[in-house]
Design a protein around this ligand. Structure first.
Ligand code: SAM
Ligand code: SF4
Length: 333
């Protein structure tokens, strides 16, 4: 049965894709996200969504035409029941594609189990291939283990691997770093995507110090014969570039670019069951009370459909708007 995508907003955008945070907790201290590490929110003692809640939620979403769920966080692989969550999504939810975003801290240990779980893709965050720079950004000296984890995945013939790096002025936004990644993807069938640093409520000073326009990277791509790969209407905000001499691709996610929000195809759900219509912005409601029993499915779907009408046209990031988002560990980036 082909499910219609019922999730459409007032601007004609469709939402086949959900980013589901399963935990706010993270063991890294990325300067742009959790510079002081994870701090428990003392004003909110709600637990993270349970397995039963996730199963009901995913079923409801799949009936609304959602075909892809990305598990994110915080660090999603920190959850003890992470593989049980994957199993539910893959086997019991009706969702066609399950993908994961991770800092990869134990990728070398879990690569085999990940492949066995039949996930459809993985995004790994590596801001620099330089050990020292990596440590400076994340607060952890784990670059080599993460790279080993990627090798393990490749040995197991796992294909859909992407690496995300946040573009940081004075750290990795230079020709040397771009060339290091180019060498890496020359023989590796991996997409390396730079993300332009975004300002969040917690990172105003960090943003002032390290933000740089993504043009620095597009200039590099143009000067080095990378060709923009046109993509479909619903394929999301990453612009990809190919080069016949390279097995991998480069990509760029430039949230401050004009028309960025026109290709928005995703909604977000936090680890405590708040629906967020945008990574930024002030709109979000709790939907958790409607995933407590199986007979609430219709009510859940109805509420999500109604909420979508409140989705705004843009994130208004360029106006310094950060909305409810203190840092991206809450909404999964
Ligand atoms: N812990 C996992 C990880 O780091 O991949 C998943 C959650 S993390 C919030 C998801 C993505 O958001 C990462 O690729 C991270 O680099 C990115 N991110 C976090 N804060 C950001 C910011 N202020 N600007 C741009 N990207 C950011
Ligand atoms: Fe943790 Fe990911 Fe945030 Fe880094 S970006 S602190 S790994 S949640």
């Amino acid at each position: 049965m082909v499910l219609m995508n019922l999730l459409k907003d007032n601007f004609g955008r469709k939402f086949p894709y959900i980013r589901l945070s399963i935990s706010d907790v993270c063991n890294f201290k990325c300067g742009y996200c959790l510079p002081n590490g994870y701090q428990k929110n003392k004003g909110d003692n709600r637990k993270f969504l349970s397995l039963d809640e996730i199963e009901r939620l995913a079923k409801g979403l799949s009936e609304l035409g959602v075909s892809k769920i990305r598990l994110t966080g915080g660090e999603p692989t920190i959850r003890k029941d992470f593989f049980e969550i994957l199993k539910i999504l893959k086997k019991k939810s009706g969702i066609k594609k399950t993908v994961v975003t991770t800092n990869g801290y134990k990728l070398d240990q879990i690569a085999e189990k990940l492949v066995e779980s039949e996930i459809d893709g993985i995004n790994i965050s590596i801001d620099s291939l330089n050990k020292e720079a990596f440590k400076k950004i994340t607060g952890h000296d784990r670059l080599l283990e993460i790279l080993k984890g990627i090798e393990e995945l490749q040995k197991l013939n796992f294909k859909n691997i992407k690496i995300n790096a946040v573009l940081l002025n004075g750290i990795n936004a230079n020709e040397k770093s771009f060339n290091e990644w180019a060498n890496f993807i020359k023989s590796n069938e991996i997409t390396l995507r730079y993300i332009e640093l975004m300002q969040t409520g917690d990172s105003i000073d960090y943003f002032k110090k390290y933000h740089i326009s993504s043009k620095v990277f597009t200039n590099y791509l143009n000067e080095n014969n990378w060709i923009f790969q046109t993509h479909g209407k619903d394929s999301g905000p990453s612009k990809n570039y190919i080069n016949p001499n390279y097995k991998g691709k480069f990509g760029l996610i430039a949230p401050y670019s004009k028309d960025f929000c026109k290709s928005c195809n995703r909604l977000r759900i936090t680890a405590r069951g708040d629906l967020r219509l945008c990574l930024f912005g002030n709109t979000g409601i709790n939907i958790r009370h409607l995933i407590q029993r199986d007979d609430q499915l219709e009510e859940l779907k109805d509420l999500i459909l109604k909420q979508l009408k409140f989705k705004k046209e843009s994130h208004y990031l360029e106006l310094g708007e950060t909305g409810l988002t203190d840092n991206l560990s809450q909404t999964g980036g």
